[in-house]
Ligand binder design. Structure first.
Ligand code: WTA
Length: 574
């Protein structure tokens, strides 16, 4: 066996100095004492993120730096408190109550962040949607949740299927002109905010009261609404302290959109619970802009994703040299496997390590990580966070010894664990079918030093550019196209994006396969769901492999694609 490459700990002082010791001694209960609710019994995530800091010198510290090429703004913790109070007053005036689902569907902007905090301040549940979603994706999620209010923009309003959202009572349009207010349910965000008071009595909730819903994909069925509660703050706070290593002077940049869990857990909650200054960049990915952002703000801690690093790598090392990136002291990654090659590139161009972290929408916070004080083995996700017990188990839930590949499982009970799948208890229970484990759906092994190594997904979930796509949702959309009789969708390995979506289809009578039809089908999915969910490759077959009960066998499609043996075909129809 090749000798494992090891990178020495990062230099400097870190919040976590000794991993082994912390792993032995750390208890989550100790963290609770740091929050006011430990003494008052009253809790609200938005209070702990923002208002609490306004009782100290931090009220004048910058919480949010925002730029997108047009706007260039900054907001102190006190500004954030007042703006989120205004949003809370707006919602209260509209009759929104504790437990109501309020969605956000808009591009990254300061208003988006005011809205998240304001929604939490009235005790409502926040459902953030990625701005690239198209009509079907937006409608499915809001319908499932019976969303009563929505923050969006006049432009994105085109993708909100109002007639099919009967529960939706209020649409708050950011940047609307008078002529955009064409429906009695529509309101101007700016007008409402202007009239609203900046003082608000926070709605105190219980630790176990719902806070956020993030939709994510599985291998079957529509996207699932993963429900998180205010108690998650314990984990967000402590992981941001020890994994992100956030210190008072840091300038932190998380590149994730709040439509995905990384963009809330570590784009909002983790950093602000620690009173850190956060950079938010609007607009799309561009290597030049990204490096310029690090230089402009003197970013010190940077949390991003493998596909982004690979794209930066592809943009060339000359570009890196055009910018002063010497402020960077700590870099992290999440969402997909981080190739050792990317880590080596990071060492070369930034002179520091990229720290891989593993977790999921369902886990709410980081679980297996590389820490600044710990040696890194490039290619490994790292070791369990103190207070977390991770294991590799077989299909009966028995723990496996080092180097045996199996299900990556976590002993249940960490603070930020999801508390429900919205309106789908059965799905929720599936994750916990092997007591006392939470079964992640990932396969991995553990080495003799306790480092975990990711191997793949156990199910058919596709991870393209770090975005989770359920094959079922794409297949369902494909068969709505008049030319498509059957569809099976798989992830095809790709050097840049990790995986790309490949669809196998059969055509209906009377259709011939042409480049125009192929493009039309791709556009059809793109316009219905989202660009990232559209197949990049489509292959036509006369017939697709199916079980006798009629289920498309994606396993066989994958074997076709990779030129591998198709395995046991005994359940296949003739
Ligand atoms: C994958 C993102 C390899 C994994 C926070 C997981 C990873 C899914 C890593 C969750 C990593 C996440 N190495 N794979 N460090 N981190 N994944 O819900 O398959 O969007 O189950 O959460 O991404 O994706 P999700």
């Amino acid at each position: 066996m090749e000798k494992t490459e090891i990178l020495a700990p990062s230099p400097g002082k870190h919040n976590l100095e000794n991993y082994e010791e912390a792993y032995k001694n750390f208890r989550w209960e100790d963290v609770e004492k740091e929050f006011s609710w430990y003494t008052t019994g009253k809790v609200n995530m938005a209070y702990e993120c923002v208002d609490r800091h306004c009782e100290t010198w931090r009220k004048n510290k910058v919480a949010l730096y925002y730029s997108d090429g047009v706007r260039d703004e900054k907001y102190t913790f006190q500004d954030m408190k007042f703006m989120s109070n205004k949003v809370a007053n707006v919602l209260k005036k509209l009759g929104i109550e504790k437990g109501d689902r309020v969605f956000i569907f808009m591009p990254r902007s300061p208003e988006l962040y005011f809205a998240v905090l304001g929604i939490l301040k009235i005790g409502a549940i926040c459902g953030p949607l990625f701005e690239a979603f198209m009509m079907d994706a937006v409608r499915d999620r809001m319908q499932d949740c019976d969303a009563v209010a929505l923050f969006t923009t006049p432009k994105l309003m085109e993708r909100v299927d109002l007639p099919n959202l009967p529960a939706l009572k209020h649409v708050i349009l950011v940047g609307a002109k008078d002529e955009d207010l064409t429906d009695p349910r529509f309101h101007s965000f700016e007008k409402l905010m202007e009239e609203a008071s900046r003082e608000f009595d926070i709605v105190w909730v219980d630790r176990e009261d719902p806070m956020m819903i993030h939709y994510t994909s599985g291998s079957t069925g529509k996207p699932k609404g993963v429900l998180h509660v205010h108690n998650a703050m314990i984990q967000h706070y402590q992981t941001a302290k020890w994994v992100l290593d956030l210190q008072e002077e840091d300038i932190y940049w998380c590149t994730a959109d709040p439509g995905w869990v990384t963009g809330t857990s570590y784009g909002i909650f983790g950093p602000w619970l620690n009173g850190a200054s956060s950079v938010i960049r609007g607009g799309r990915f561009s290597p030049d802009d990204w490096y310029a952002t690090i230089e402009k703000y003197g970013v010190t801690v940077w949390y991003s994703a493998p596909t982004a690093f690979r794209m930066l790598m592809a943009a060339g090392d000359e570009l890196v040299k055009k910018y002063d990136l010497s402020s960077l002291r700590h870099i992290l990654s999440v969402g997909e496997p981080l190739n050792p090659e990317v880590v080596r590139w990071g060492m070369k161009v930034f002179g520091i390590r990229i720290h891989d972290t593993w977790w999921m929408t369902e886990t709410g916070g980081q679980l297996i990580c590389n820490y600044p004080c710990m040696p890194i083995k490039p290619g490994s996700m790292g070791r369990p966070f103190p207070g977390v017990y991770a294991a590799i188990v077989d299909d009966q839930g028995n723990e496996l010894p080092p180097y045996r590949m199996g299900n990556l499982a976590i002993r249940k009970g960490w603070p930020s664990m999801m508390r429900a799948i919205w309106k789908n208890e059965e799905k929720y229970k599936e994750y916990f079918r092997l007591e006392p484990w939470y079964i992640s759906g990932d396969s991995a092994y553990k080495d003799e030093d306790g480092y975990f190594w990711f191997q793949g997904r156990v199910d058919d979930v596709i991870n393209t550019s770090g975005e989770r796509v359920g094959p079922f949702e794409v297949e369902s959309k494909l068969v709505e196209h008049p030319a498509v009789a059957e569809a099976g969708v798989i992830g095809k390995p790709d050097p840049l994006r990790g995986e790309i979506i490949k669809a196998f289809i059969s055509l209906r009578e009377g259709y011939t396969w042409t480049p125009e039809l192929e493009e039309d089908i791709k556009q059809f999915v793109k316009k219905g769901l989202a660009a990232h969910a559209a197949p990049r490759e489509i292959e036509v077959r006369d017939k697709l492999p199916k079980t006798r009960s009629g289920k498309i066998m994606r396993r066989v499609l994958k074997a076709w694609e990779l030129g591998l043996p198709t395995g046991d075909l005994s359940t296949m129809e003739d």
